[in-house]
Design a protein around this ligand. Structure first.
Ligand code: FMN
Ligand code: SF4
Length: 648
């Protein structure tokens, strides 16, 4: 079934062993612009997992966009040694490595010292996302920029990487020159397409000359920037046609950094359909005679195979899919496709960490980005009897990890279903894929020796019988109502609404303390069911606590459904059909009249119903996940893993 996907391909001088590549993605694993052992371990793990090609994260190359705390910096020779080590480590595992060269142009959110950044672009057209007004690059700076690209390409070649990729996509610097909306220059670098592509042409020509024909040179491009003032696809296709004799491949993605709608498609969340860029790749592939690579929400081997089989692309990029499961390719090659831990497109620990300047990771796979920092699940010195109480993500992760290490594990789940709060999250509109977190863990449980007992509450007799050496308490949290005065108004908590157990009136006010998926999800569900919904959130924006791209997209959906959103609203109480809030900064009252139901999304509460049982036990007790403190699935899985690793 995966023969074509697993067949080799020639990308110019570089032979790749299969058609899966790891697209460039900023990891925040570098330090001071340099490669670290953490970064080497990260990529070596993916190379060992069988991926055919790795394209390293966008490296900056010019002081006007340095930011060495977030990016590898190829603008001076210090980068060479580390890249050499990294390339060597991956090649030893059979995977060639390319380095990507990157300049964001006006798309700058970073600063060296907290002051507003000074950014450069083709012209002074303001950026919608960061509200930056760039300085038009003087011609001598354009020349210097080209020289910097070429010098950086030379450093990557000196490091013995297999080649380079030039980022000309996503509305960043080169795309700003290509795009007539952002390039209003009247010199040799603006106006006609020939002029607008001059910067790119001179970079490509210079880099090709510098790295020679024994190294691969690729171009990353976007055909559809998914935003109003995006670069027209026809222009980009023409650019590719004109440059194809100089490059070895084109890599197609979608979206733009320039505005929120475009940005959502650069890191597409689960609401964006899988494989949504494949038709763009096919369109380009029909126009050029070089291999075309594609990435964008491809998380299943069947979909990857289909895109290649249908001739839409020559190689498939898996960025987040390999963050979630670095063994994706090996598992696919071994026919173990059900064992692949599919990425669910939540963006939480990968994009979320990256944009918050932390190393990338995955809510499902805490080892990602911590390859050297978390110990492997090595056999324990002796086998212990372990009881895990609770079958949510924390309990499942703890159980699998402990069993993998040789412990005899029994998992007790009081309901008939594994999954805990994930079962609530996946019940929300557009969030069904989130249930993959449970399916993936359930699959690991099935493949393990864990004795899973559903519909089995823990009780004293059972615990006596199981006689555990260690108990992992993963009982999660329950909902709670805010301590406010409510009189003559119907009030219900969000989880009851999500479970479909509440009668909700026509006019709904959501008192959204948590500013997470609960408020946004309940608002969407009720609005779709025909309710009039007002969402009052206790933060500066609804969904403040969740990853920004997921939030941006969700807020767009709610706006389309007519949900009225009010930020900075602290819930005060409700009386006779009116709900009262206080503006969190001015202290002024916000009154909502004609309210049939108030839905509260309030802080969850640690479940303590097992505590009396535990008091009588003479064994190690480890609390994990929401049973320790209500947080998210990311921390639940991490806690569960740590517990499974900690049991001696
Ligand atoms: C954390 C993160 C950082 C990224 N950084 C880059 C980058 O430096 N250069 C680039 O061209 N694309 C970057 N991307 C985009 C990915 O290469 C890829 O196109 C995108 O994640 C969609 O593919 P996926 O659905 O397989 O994750 C990044 C993606 C992620 C998740
Ligand atoms: S955190 Fe979510 S989006 Fe990111 S790799 Fe993991 S499952 Fe995928």
């Amino acid at each position: 079934m995966f023969d074509t996907l697993l067949s080799p391909l020639q990308l110019g001088p570089t032979r790749v062993r299969n058609r899966i590549f790891n697209p460039p993605h900023g990891t925040t694993l570098g330090r001071h612009g340099q490669v670290t052992d953490d970064l080497v371990a990260y990529h070596r793990t993916r190379a060992r997992g069988g991926v055919g090609l790795i394209v390293l994260e966008g490296m900056t190359l010019h002081p006007s966009y340095g930011f060495a705390e977030s990016f590898l910096y190829a603008g001076d020779d210090r980068i060479v040694d580390g890249l050499g080590r990294l390339g060597e480590a991956c090649r030893t595992e059979g995977t060639p490595v390319l380095g990507q060269l990157f300049h964001a142009g006006r798309g700058v959110r970073l600063s060296h010292d907290g002051s507003r950044p000074l950014s450069y672009s083709a012209s002074d057209i303001p950026d919608q996302r960061y509200r930056v007004v760039p300085v038009p690059m003087p011609v001598d700076m354009v020349q210097e920029m080209i020289e910097s690209y070429v010098a950086a390409a030379g450093r990557l070649a000196d490091a013995e990487l297999d080649g380079i990729e030039i980022l000309a996509s996503m509305g960043y610097l080169i795309a700003q020159f290509l795009n007539p909306h952002t390039n209003r220059r009247e010199d040799d670098y603006g106006g006609s397409l020939d002029n607008r592509m001059r910067l790119l042409r001179e970079i490509v020509e210079g880099c090709r000359q510098r790295i020679g024909t024994q190294r691969t040179l690729g171009l990353r491009i976007t055909l559809d920037e998914k935003t109003e003032a995006g670069l027209p696809a026809e222009d980009m296709i023409e650019v590719c046609r004109r440059l194809q004799s100089l490059v070895d491949y084109f890599s197609v993605i979608s979206g733009s950094s320039a505005a929120p709608d475009g940005w959502i498609h650069v890191f597409p969340p689960m609401s964006v359909p899988p494989g949504f860029v494949a038709d763009d790749a096919a369109r380009l592939r029909a126009e050029v005679d070089k291999p075309v690579l594609v990435a964008g929400r491809i998380n299943q081997p069947q979909l990857a195979a289909e895109i290649v089989e249908q001739g839409k692309a020559d190689m498939i990029g898996l960025a987040r899919a390999l963050i979630a499961d670095p063994e994706f390719v090996n598992k696919m090659a071994a026919g173990r496709i059900d064992d692949i831990r599919a990425c669910v497109g939540c963006n939480q620990a990968c994009v979320g960490h990256r944009l918050a300047h932390f190393p990338v990771s995955c809510i499902q796979n805490p080892y990602s980005g911590r390859e050297q920092r978390l110990p492997p699940a090595a056999p324990a010195r002796r086998s212990r009897r372990v009881v895990v109480i609770g079958g949510g993500p924390a309990g499942m992760r703890a159980a699998v990890t402990a069993a993998t290490r040789g412990h005899a594990v029994t998992l007790l789940e009081q309901s008939a279903r594994l999954g805990g709060q994930v079962n609530l999250a996946e019940a929300l509109p557009g969030r069904a894929e989130f249930g993959g977190v449970t399916s993936n863990l359930r699959r690991e449980l099935e493949a393990s020796t864990v004795d899973v007992r559903l519909a089995t509450p823990a009780d004293a007799a059972l615990l006596r019988e199981l006689a555990p050496d260690s108990v992992v308490v993963a009982t999660g949290a329950t909902t709670r109502l805010p301590e406010v005065e409510v009189d003559g108004t119907h009030m219900v908590d969000a989880w009851t609404v999500i479970r479909g157990e509440a009668r909700v009136g026509k006019n709904v006010v959501i008192a959204d303390w948590s500013c997470d998926w609960n408020g946004l999800g309940v608002a969407e569900r009720l609005a779709r069911d025909g309710h009039h919904v007002r969402l009052l959130s206790g933060g500066s924006v609804a969904g403040e606590s969740i990853q920004a791209i997921v939030r941006d997209h969700w807020i767009g959906v709610l706006h389309g459904l007519g949900v009225e959103m009010t930020p900075y609203a602290h819930f005060f109480g409700a009386m006779d059909g009116s709900a009262f809030f206080q503006h969190m900064s001015s202290g002024e009252a916000i009154v909502c009249d004609a309210v049939d139901t108030v839905v509260t999304c309030y802080a969850a509460q640690v479940r303590r119903d097992c505590d009396p049982l535990l008091a009588g036990l003479d064994c190690e007790v480890i609390r994990v996940g929401d049973a320790l403190a209500p947080r998210t699935v990311e921390e639940a899985v991490l806690d569960g893993l740590r517990a499974g690793l900690a049991i001696e």
